[in-house]
Design a protein around this ligand. Structure first.
Ligand code: C2O
Ligand code: CU
Length: 445
């Protein structure tokens, strides 16, 4: 995973980090090399797209060129961004047409593990490969063989190792879990060997799948120490395995031997080889604890603005009718005529569905009730929120993150300070759920 298209400045000190990135059709071997290469849409011709690395306090400038034959945008997931750089078509910018370019430029306020991805018809554009990692380090954090980024995806391939195109838009997927794949890759390869330093190592895991919640563990049940979630540092804690909803990230510390440590994907109950971490002696010092200076404490919610979100729909759900483009329609008709299956507060969501109008600086609580039979990875743009997370056990754990995996039946408070002006999406990051109605907009002014 190399930054093929980087135009680095001479120094890594605070400054402008510049990249040129083109999106275009490209072929890569996802399967064995004696099998056909897969036709994909990629950034910089590689999967995942070029690793973007910067220091906290830098400005990132990306000159983006769209060489696809469909319109697209780039979204910088987890970045507390300038609204006009957030990459949501029709909301924060016009979609970038084929042959056109657009320059994204914004300050990086936070250090952490982020990623970027297309945000137009994400259900197709992510499934075809339009995403890549974005890692922002604090001044002294070590990079290199003690700091490894692992981007995981599950592709849906046919017998010829091509993307299963007939199932794009499948109502079966859209009303159930979303588009699940059948071919796991880490950093674009199947069970690759990845060179790491032996001793303490930081692993940054990113789930770039459309819909599958992936679960990882290290061989021999080696403990994993969680130090950051969705880029934001947390009170460290140990786990034996970790589930990641689409778009979620986790930074873990592990103490690796010389020799091979297996990273396994265990979401289906069977352990699948995800990567082989090949340890070698290394002189680089231990990565430092993360400072995380600019993140914020959980605010007091007395007198906070409560935004109730009642999520309904999907297969085996209780949504009978919902409002779509000003009309109340039965679910059956919504599904068959419009591919819509989900609703927030009885309204099928789109980029024009306003959920709340907040004043700048206001403390807000998204009180989300998952009244469906499915898990949902709920993502807020432009802000991180505090949540009493049930992802690590029923006891709950207060964490700061940008995407929260909700269990069926769960109600959760996502608490944030609306300190970033603009129009921000709130949506399910299971791409098919978003496309089928699970989304809305929060205005901060
Ligand atoms: Cu990762 Cu609305 O996006
Ligand atoms: Cu969902």
């Amino acid at each position: 995973m190399t930054a093929l298209t980087a135009i680095p400045l001479p120094s890594l000190a605070a400054g402008v980090r510049r990249y040129a990135i083109t999106a275009a059709p490209a072929t890569r071997h996802l399967g064995p090399t004696d099998r056909p290469a897969t036709n994909l849409w990629l950034y910089g011709g590689i999967t995942p797209g070029p690793m973007i690395e910067a220091r906290r306090g830098d400005e990132l400038e990306v000159e983006f060129l769209n060489n696809l034959d469909v319109p697209t945008t780039m979204h910088w997931h987890g970045i507390r961004n300038l609204n006009e750089m957030d990459g949501v078509p029709d909301l924060t910018q016009a979609a970038i047409e084929p042959g056109e370019s657009f320059t994204y430029r914004f300050p990086l306020r936070d250090a952490g593990t982020f990623w970027y991805h297309a945000h137009n018809k994400g259900w197709e554009q992510l499934a075809r490969g339009l995403y890549g990692p974005l890692v922002v380090r604090d001044g002294d954090e070590a990079a290199g063989a003690r700091d490894i980024t692992l981007v995981a995806d599950d592709w849906r391939l046919d017998d010829e190792y091509q993307l299963h195109e007939d199932s794009f838009g499948s109502l079966m997927d859209w009303s159930h879990q979303g588009r699940l794949g059948n071919w796991l890759t880490v950093n674009g390869a199947t069970d690759p060997d990845i060179a790491v330093a032996s001793g303490p190592v930081r692993l940054r895991l990113i789930n770039a799948a459309n819909a599958r919640t992936l679960a990882f563990r290290l061989g021999d049940d080696m403990p994993m120490r969680v130090i950051a979630l969705d880029g934001a540092p947390c009170e460290p804690f140990e786990v034996q395995s970790i589930r990641l909803a689409p778009a979620q990230r986790v930074d873990i510390m592990a103490d690796l031997d010389q020799g091979i440590t297996r990273l396994e994907e265990v979401s289906t109950g069977d352990a699948i080889g995800a990567a082989r971490l090949v340890g070698a002696p290394d002189e680089i010092t231990t990565p430092q604890a993360i400072a995380g200076t600019d993140w914020y404490e959980r605010p007091d919610i007395t007198g906070a603005r409560i935004i109730d979100i009642h999520m309904q729909g999907g297969a085996m759900g209780n949504l009978e009718t919902a409002m779509f483009e000003g009309e109340t329609l039965p679910l059956r008709q919504l599904a068959q005529e419009h591919s819509k299956l989900w609703a927030f507060n009885g309204v099928v969501g789109g980029y024009d569905h306003m959920l709340a109008d907040l004043a700048l600086g206001e403390v807000a609580v998204l009180r989300v009730r998952n009244n469906t039979r499915w898990e949902h990875g709920m993502h807020l743009h432009g802000h991180h929120f505090w949540v009493n997370s049930r992802e690590f056990g029923e006891a709950g754990r207060n964490v700061l993150r940008d995407t929260y995996l909700m269990a069926p039946g769960e109600t959760a408070d996502l608490v944030f300070i609306a300190d970033n002006p603009g129009l921000w999406l709130f949506h399910c990051h299971m791409m098919e759920h978003h496309a089928a109605g699970m989304g809305g907009v929060i205005s901060v002014a």
